[in-house]
Design a protein around this ligand. Structure first.
Ligand code: AMO
Length: 442
């Protein structure tokens, strides 16, 4: 390992010899003195090199000066020199007087993207785009968020699973299904870990979670849809209804947001201009039918009353909840069974409704949760009603034939949570490498 000091540690370090490594952010090649701003994953520091002159005032041949003159932006360097604290230096109040420079990875001179490049161009050159501190920060925040969520679950004895992404059947619906050649036959990419997280309940694991990829052959080009996304899933046994799932879900969100605010709150405010609000518990809950009435009273009629909220409806109900309860989250509950998958449990007294919810954050759906139907005859019947073939679902239905406790869970899109938390316009910004109908590279 190159022994180097992270730029963020320089302020606290004492003056004297130091080695830093990173890439060239800017060069100011002046007659008497040269300045380089070097950036690493932790910050930026000014390097300074006063040129040497003969007694007659002629510049002397100087290897360091020549190297600096030849530097292209983006080049990776290791620099050894003398650290000096000087409050006149705007960048962090320290600078490094260069003694030697090693060019480790030279960059081509013309950068293919600039600050004002389109998101599509930026994604073509994502590795350069991610060098921008704002974009780098997004994935530090993601790490903190996921870590807090894992901790929440691990502390409560949840088991972490990694379910297969190659399947013999659809996992959510026949629509938006990727089919792949699989030796002599066909396989499908998992749209959700749904069946396998449910399987963990008759398997006796009790409470499980998974953070993993999910695939949807969704041809749309919206700001919130990808063909591959990271799904955050949980499933737990012995619930009375979806309300028990929602309670865990809101605690989980609260723990994650608290951790992000503590670690990155100031940086997020400075970089994205938004305050991270740690949500209060409980989150508001509104049955879907009532939410549609509220939205209509505000002057917006959801186009198809027999369907889910449309994006404008979601924005309207979020605005209402913000005004009424000062809250950024809302659970919309009791969806009609006609618009929910076959595996959702229906109300005992009204089979037209399901024990389910969608979680809306700042006006966008981030998650679906539900109690599952665990009585195999009912489940089989509901599958048939939805036009599914119980034969093809045989392996799944078998899970329920040897005893299973009441259970439920949710699935949540990681990139959507980050996009809305940071006030960004698209999940393309909050996905490390976005995948969409016209994007498979890099
Ligand atoms: P659902 O299909 O609603 O539910 O998906 C759950 C959450 O996953 C995210 N999501 C997506 N994110 C990006 N691009 C997409 N194409 C995309 N599709 C979905 C959303 C969504 O709210 N099995 C159920 C969950 C459960 O009941 O446990 C399911 O997959 O944030």
């Amino acid at each position: 390992m190159t022994s180097r000091t992270l730029v963020s540690a320089l302020q606290a370090a004492t003056d004297g010899p130091v080695t830093v490594s990173g890439w060239v952010d800017t060069v100011r090649d002046q007659k008497k003195v040269q300045f380089v701003v070097l950036r690493d994953e932790s910050g930026a520091v000014q390097l300074v090199h006063p040129r040497a002159f003969s007694p007659e005032g002629e510049p002397l041949a100087d290897e360091v000066a020549e190297t600096i003159t030849g530097l292209s932006l983006g080049t990776f360097l290791t620099v050894t020199g003398q650290l000096k604290h000087d409050e006149r230096v705007k960048l962090g109040g320290v600078e490094v007087k260069v003694e030697s420079i090693e060019v480790v990875g030279r960059s081509l001179p013309e950068a293919p993207i600039a600050d004002d490049s389109s998101i599509d161009k930026r994604l073509d050159w994502r590795f350069l785009d991610l060098r921008v501190p704002r974009n780098n920060l997004i994935f530090r925040i993601q790490t903190t968020l996921e870590h807090a969520w894992r901790s929440y679950w691990v502390e409560r004895d949840y088991v972490e699973l990694h379910t297969p992404k190659l399947m013999a059947s659809a996992s959510e619906s026949r629509a938006e299904l990727f089919e792949v050649d699989y030796f002599e036959g066909k396989a499908y990419l998992a749209q959700s870990p749904q069946f396998f997280k449910q399987m963990a309940q008759p398997a006796g694991l009790g409470r499980i979670f998974e953070i993993g990829p999910a695939f949807r052959a969704d041809p749309s080009f919206t700001s919130r849809h990808a063909t591959e996304f990271t799904s955050v899933d949980a499933e737990l046994s012995w619930i009375d209804s979806h309300e028990d799932v929602a309670r865990m879900h809101e605690e989980l969100i609260e723990a994650g947001f608290r951790a992000v605010k503590e670690k990155h709150g100031d940086e997020i405010a400075a970089t994205f201009g938004v305050e991270v609000t740690v949500p209060t518990l409980p989150f508001p809950r509104i049955p879907l039918a009532e939410a549609k009435r509220i939205v209509a009273e505000r002057g917006y009629v959801v186009p198809r009353q027999d369907e889910d909220m449309d994006p404008e409806g979601e924005r309207q109900i979020a605005a209402y909840v913000k005004e009424q309860f000062g809250h950024e989250f809302v659970f919309l509950t009791d969806y009609a069974s006609s618009i929910r998958p076959f595996y959702h449990m229906r109300h005992a007294d009204d089979p037209g409704l399901t024990n389910s919810y969608d979680l809306i954050f700042n006006g966008v759906e981030i998650s679906t949760g539900a109690q599952r139907e665990h009585r195999v005859e009912v489940l089989e019947q509901q599958a048939r009603e939805k036009g599914l073939d119980p034969e093809e679902l045989g392996f799944y239905l078998d899970f329920f034939r040897y005893g299973v406790p009441p259970h439920g869970g949710f699935g949540m899109g990681l990139a959507r949570v980050l996009m809305l938390m940071l006030g960004l316009g698209s999940i393309r910004e909050t996905t490390y490498l976005f995948r969409g109908p016209t994007r498979l590279l890099p």
